[in-house]
Design a protein around this ligand. Structure first.
Ligand code: TXA
Ligand code: MG
Length: 316
């Protein structure tokens, strides 16, 4: 069984495995990642194979911080301000890639940009410090499925495809990083995530442009269908049928569902984000005909939560 508690000794072994070209799943503050040495094209190819991920969908590269980022990308003023404000943390910056920086071309799916992020999770930081290599790491789920927020979720998704799954407990934020492109004249939000748009706009002193979804050039991974449970979702539910499971939010929860999970009885969006993916997995296994989802406010973290729910509801 590849799940191992992330002790310092295990982290040393994991770093050696990464340097050898093996895959290692590890916790971040957002979701678990499936890591590979970003300089090693064969290791990166294994990530795409393990996830069954389309090759046009580029990966985020994890670095310890700004100094390492500058080796692989051009960090302009806007990027520097955002990194200084939010790194380490749940913000991925899309930057111009430095030519001949050594990052495998497959990582960026042939684009001349690269997404970089400095994760805050102590296990991720310890792994980066030990391995001294950039780590390409998408969420550790099969492509198109629900992102993992525990080591057990990773194993359910990927089995023994990773050489090791470092167990660092449940991810504290529970929803993926916010992806912002700072390549063009105006910064653009490519994926809402664990860092709310409002916090970024405060630092930028102006609004973030919205990238078009499904536009391959801008945000190739933002497919309309994603995060999909097997069970159909019914969004905006204010009542529930007996053959339905209910993803609830807030105090006024309709009764009668075969299983109800409340993301936050007090209406707290941080709590809701942290519980979202685990709750979807559990409701998916309840045998219900559909998962009814109560409305969730749109501001703050609600933007990312609603984005994931919308994609989970769009079934191909
Ligand atoms: O929180 C997270 O970001 C997690 C943890 C493990 O760090 N990782 C993650 O990776 O969510 P993934 O592969 O599931 O999502 C990466 C997103 C995709 O939407 C992808 O298209 C976008 O980042 N992306 C990566 N490189 C890009 C680039 N050069 N230009 C535009 N979008 C890019
Ligand atoms: Mg993902």
């Amino acid at each position: 069984m590849p799940i191992v508690p992330a002790t310092p000794e295990v982290i040393r072994h994991a770093a050696q495995a990464l340097a050898r070209g093996d895959l290692v799943a590890f916790p971040t503050e957002t979701v678990y990642g499936l890591g590979a040495n970003a300089l090693d094209a064969r290791a990166v190819a294994k990530v795409f194979a393990a996830k069954e991920r389309p090759r046009f969908n580029p990966l985020i590269v994890h670095v310890p911080g700004l100094a390492a980022a500058e080796r692989y990308a051009v960090v302009n003023d806007m990027a520097r301000r955002l990194a200084e404000a939010f790194w380490p943390g749940p913000l991925s910056l899309v930057l111009s890639k430095r030519p001949a920086c050594g990052i495998a071309d497959l990582v960026s799916a042939g684009l001349d940009t690269i997404a970089l992020r400095a994760p805050a999770h102590p296990v991720a930081q310890a792994l980066l410090a030990e391995v001294k290599l950039p780590i390409a790491a998408p969420s550790a789920n099969r492509s198109g499925r629900i992102s993992p927020t525990t080591a057990a979720h990773v194993e359910a998704e990927l089995g023994d495809r990773p050489a090791m799954i470092l167990d660092g407990g449940p991810c504290p934020l529970g929803i993926e990083s916010t992806v912002v492109s700072v390549v063009g004249a105006k910064p653009a939000l490519l994926r809402p995530g664990a860092l709310p748009r409002e916090a970024i706009e405060l630092v930028l002193g102006g609004p973030l442009a919205m990238a078009k979804t499904n536009h391959r050039g801008a945000s190739p991974g933002q497919l309309a269908t994603h995060y999909a449970p097997h069970t159909k979702l019914r969004l905006g539910a204010t009542s529930v049928r007996p053959d339905e499971a209910l993803l609830a939010f807030g105090r006024d929860v309709p009764g009668g569902a075969r299983l109800t999970i409340n993301l936050s009885a007090s209406g707290n969006l941080e709590e809701a984000a942290a519980k979202l993916f685990g709750a979807l997995r559990e409701l998916d296994q309840s045998g219900a005909r559909t998962i009814a989802v109560m409305p969730i406010p749109a501001q703050g973290l609600g933007e990312a939560i609603n984005d994931r729910l919308q994609r989970a509801a769009n079934r191909g």
